[in-house]
Write a protein that binds this ligand. Structure first.
Ligand SMILES: [Zn+2]
Length: 489
């Protein structure tokens, strides 16, 4: 009896000590892992050279094209070469848009620099008078009323410098929707980046084909046309185009780093591999892909085993409407696996993070700060400035719409890289090697901590909770416009 008491006493006293010691060693080990991740990336990162290779050898990565398929295979092989055993293609078949030819004549003179915008009709041949609709906002269309009908609307993609203060710009697809509403027969969108830069991207708010041809012309040409119209000259435009909208096959690429403990829980790190076809998409989203691949490489090089499965995903079809991520969500739901996705982290056109975005999951913010402090202990230059605002229009949206917690980067790239967004100028010369390395280091450390938390304090929301969450985040109206709102009034 006495002996037993002693043992119990010993247990009672030593247990907390044991827990404390093991907790301290855990923390120390965790900090060691972060240091190791940092060191591995600093000395052996392949992100920059991989991206250079991918952009120069493959070129663009349009979904459904031969180039796109080549990019899928390139990343598949890279995962394999890093030692990933579980690498899979997730094939899907969807309708996707692709340009064929376009021709623009202004007063019978051909304009060389022109591109079609996504989801323009499969075939169009229109010739009409051009009308200047300024910034293409509702107020601009309103002020012209019936005059737009039967004409070709000329709109600026941004907000013109001489506009009144405080105007809020809208997306090119929304300007196009207004042009259609006001009866225009075509729309010419003027790009805002000088130097003959042309932009593409969708002109459809819903992802379905639109009824009128939509094209983009250069800033210089556009300003020229505006001047002529202002001087009272009559301008006619002749737009001819053909495009394809057909069923294509494409593949997401998924590589899994298996869990050591919580084998049922998955953390997804994803980004879109596809690009538009005017350039090599080095920024959109080459930098995201190169960073994800290098985080995967780093973990394997260090032989790390996370508490939860980490799934690295290269999504295709993002540019044509988040096609690949929607397909993956559908697949997971069909398999009853969606509830096992604890978190989805997305990297799209972002990098050099100074923090992470909790995207409306306020309960995560203290943990984000804590993880950030650990990163700061490795590198004091890390700012640990976290944000908490949910947004749309990249692959995280497909997961967020199903109530899955998502996280993004609070990026800190130079402004100039964004001027070439969706344009023929988005190439490797814009990539900053140090910034790319910082993405791999900081996102790699953050993801590691997330995957190894004892408990994740935020959970998947059910159907009704997701509705409330999206309303609270102010996203309802935009989702309705895009035909994505599935909750009714
Ligand atoms: Zn993108």
């Amino acid at each position: 009896m006495k002996n037993k008491q002693k043992t119990i006493k010993l247990l009672i006293f030593s247990l907390p000590l044991f827990l404390l010691v093991s907790c301290v060693t855990d923390q120390k080990e965790e900090q060691n892992v972060l240091n190791a991740i940092n060191k591995e990336v600093q000395s052996n990162s392949k992100a920059y050279t991989n991206l250079e290779k991918m952009t120069s050898e493959i070129g663009h990565r349009l979904t459904g094209s031969d180039n796109g398929a080549e990019a899928e295979e390139y990343t598949y092989e890279l995962f394999k070469s890093y030692g990933y055993e579980d690498v899979q293609y997730h094939e899907f078949e969807v309708e996707a848009w692709a340009r064929d030819s376009v021709r623009l004549e202004i007063n019978k003179q051909e304009v060389e620099e022109v591109v079609s915008l996504g989801h323009s009709p499969v075939s169009a041949d229109v010739e009409h008078q051009v009308i200047d609709v300024n910034n293409g906002l509702r107020a601009d269309f309103d002020s012209l009323k019936n005059e737009v009908k039967g004409k070709i609307a000329l709109v600026y993609i941004g907000i013109l410098e001489d506009s009144p203060e405080g105007l809020k710009n809208i997306h090119r697809s929304e300007k196009t929707a207004l042009a259609i509403e006001y009866g225009a027969e075509g729309i010419i969108i003027i790009n805002q980046v000088p130097g003959g830069v042309l932009l593409t991207g969708t002109a459809s708010v819903t992802g379905s084909l639109i009824d009128i041809p939509a094209i983009c012309i250069s800033y210089e040409k556009g300003m020229d046309l505006k001047k002529q119209l202002k001087n009272g000259e009559e301008i006619s435009a002749h737009i001819q185009m053909s495009n394809k909208s057909e069923m294509i096959k494409s593949r997401n690429v998924i590589a899994t780093l298996p869990a050591k403990e919580k084998t049922n829980e998955n953390i997804i790190l994803g980004g879109h591999l596809d690009s538009w076809d005017l350039s090599t998409g080095a920024i959109d989203n080459g930098i995201g892909i190169a960073a994800i691949l290098d985080i995967a490489r780093t973990y394997k090089a260090l032989d790390l085993q996370p508490k939860r499965n980490i799934k690295f995903v290269m999504f295709m079809g993002e540019e044509q409407g988040l096609l690949g991520s929607k397909e993956m969500v559908k697949m997971l739901a069909d398999q009853g696996e969606l509830g096992n996705v604890s978190y989805m982290m997305n990297i799209d056109m972002s990098g050099n993070p100074k923090g992470f975005n909790a995207a409306g999951r306020t309960e995560m913010l203290p943990l984000f700060d804590e993880i950030g402090a650990k990163i700061q202990a490795v590198d004091s230059s890390y700012e640990n400035t976290n944000a908490n605002k949910a947004g749309l229009h990249s692959d995280h949206q497909s997961f967020m719409m199903e109530g899955v917690p998502v996280v993004g980067l609070v990026g800190n790239l130079e402004r100039k890289v964004y001027s070439y967004y969706h344009s023929n100028g988005d190439d490797f010369s814009l990539v900053n090697e140090e910034h790319l390395k910082n993405t791999v280091r900081f996102a790699g450390m953050f993801l590691w901590e997330l995957a190894n938390l004892e408990e994740i304090p935020t959970k998947k929301l059910d159907f009704e909770q997701t509705k409330d969450f999206l309303i609270e985040q102010g996203l309802k109206e935009e989702l309705e416009l895009g035909n994505e709102w599935k909750w009714g009034e």
